[in-house]
Design a protein around this ligand. Sequence first.
Ligand SMILES: Cc1cc2nc3c(=O)[nH]c(=O)nc-3n(C[C@H](O)[C@H](O)[C@H](O)COP(=O)(O)OP(=O)(O)OC[C@H]3O[C@@H](n4cnc5c(N)ncnc54)[C@H](O)[C@@H]3O)c2cc1C
Length: 508
Amino acid sequence: MSDMKKALVIGAGIAGLITARMLSDYYDEVCIIERDELPSEPANRQGVPQSFHPHRVLPRGGLILEHYFPGYNDELVALGAIPSQEEKVVIANRYGTLVNKANAASSFKIASSSRALLEWVLRQRVRNIDHISFLTNTEVTGLMASEDQRSITGVYTKERGRDHQEEMLAADMVIDAAGRSSKLNRWLGKIGLSVPEPEVLKVSLGYSTRYYKIPPSIQNNWATVITESDPAQGMRAGMLWRIENDIAGLLLFNAGGDEYPSTHPDEFQEQIKLLFASDDNIALIDQLEPFQGPRGYRISESVRQHFELMENWPSGLLVLGDAFCSFDPIHGQGMTVAAIEAETIGKCLDEQRMHLEPQFERQVLHRMQQAIEPAWWLSSVADLRWKGVVHIGHSRMKGVAFAQKYINLFNKQAMKKASHENNKHLFILQFLMNALILPPREFFKADVLNMILNDNGSEEELELRAELGVQDPERFQQRIDELLPSFQLEPDGRIKKLLESIQHALSK
Ligand SMILES: Cc1cc2nc3c(=O)[nH]c(=O)nc-3n(C[C@H](O)[C@H](O)[C@H](O)COP(=O)(O)OP(=O)(O)OC[C@H]3O[C@@H](n4cnc5c(N)ncnc54)[C@H](O)[C@@H]3O)c2cc1C
């Protein structure tokens, strides 16, 4: 028996690629098993049907990707992706419109590209690592387990498209990164392990995306436009953005299962114009030349597995990405969360080198849960504003009604200060939290609350004061602590440094 350590990764999506790169620091051999044949150029593929739709990396994800794939963002730009520094961004919500020449994202290096191009760049990087191999056109069909079912010893695979027999592939570690279509629960069931009920957000969301050629005449007056949803009024979210090859995308989104955005070209165009109400935007949209779509995408549920609750979770098995927890894509969190999870596994493997932890895999799952809690909570709080969206879990999600009122009033103040007083402090604060950089507890704080509670008895302010149930500013913090989840996040030196430098810049 060789001492060489081998890891298998199921799926060559974004989670699989980051994971393989991370594992290459710890294993002598890493093999990615992918059911698709992988394209020899940037292209969408069957195994990731969502790749037609916009895919943005959040700044936290960008930081982690730069760590594992240094220079990946510059490479994307060299291949035609749009650097965030060059984007003029228009943000509209029920409280107004803000035009940002250099937007808050511009201090982070996040290029705008198609998902296919991003996946291509990461895949080529992974291909260049000697001890990582790809086994494509091959589907994983089950888990190999030791006789006592306490450890996973490899996987069963089948070559696709042929009636081949199942093959066995042995490994010291198997990581499932097979996305939303993962069969992990079924495979665990087959080896006699029962899986706890997952937490589910019944979200019933619909996307509709259409692509256009940008004619040279409007390339210089280009802006990215984001219109935020207003669920109380049943108003959709929309986005106009640019990717490589002079291509623009338009997206419509709503949740709650009511009247999904249309995929009929004329209706889509009408719905877009209704949302992008300003004359400038409409003039811009009118000059775009449609060439692909509109194409829809519907998701009934976001699912968060709770495998860490299994006392008999086997050794040699981990799971991450959408297979572990999937999100409403409008918040752009999925790839960033996958990066956070891969990084968490890496930290645990580092510690395992120093000190062998007997229930290592379960501990890792537990730490991944803690690391992704802010993302799950923030997107659930936002989605639960839509009528018809329901959370089902072991316990009630904490602080939802309070957070919704707080964010609503915050949005109003942020827009007022930014557009009338040119003070973008609040906007940046919220951007950083949604970017998964600022821990939510730093956003929901008494001093921030004090900044927004000066709205002279507006409806939003009265509602928030009633929810808080205290008038005394000194008791605010105590109430916030009671109302919100505790978010037990591990200290992260890189994030701490970054926040300090942003705070410093803001205080000038
Ligand atoms: C409409 C839409 C828009 C989105 N927009 C964004 C966005 O803007 N920003 C963002 O961060 N995230 C976005 N996401 C989420 C994002 O796609 C995922 O979170 C991210 O790709 C991580 O997923 P993954 O790698 O776990 O799964 P995937 O990317 O789905 O990859 C899974 C891979 O596993 C392979 N596979 C599956 N089963 C097997 C098997 N049995 N054997 C072998 N291979 C298998 C598949 O072929 C695929 O290659 C969006 C999602 C949707 C649906």
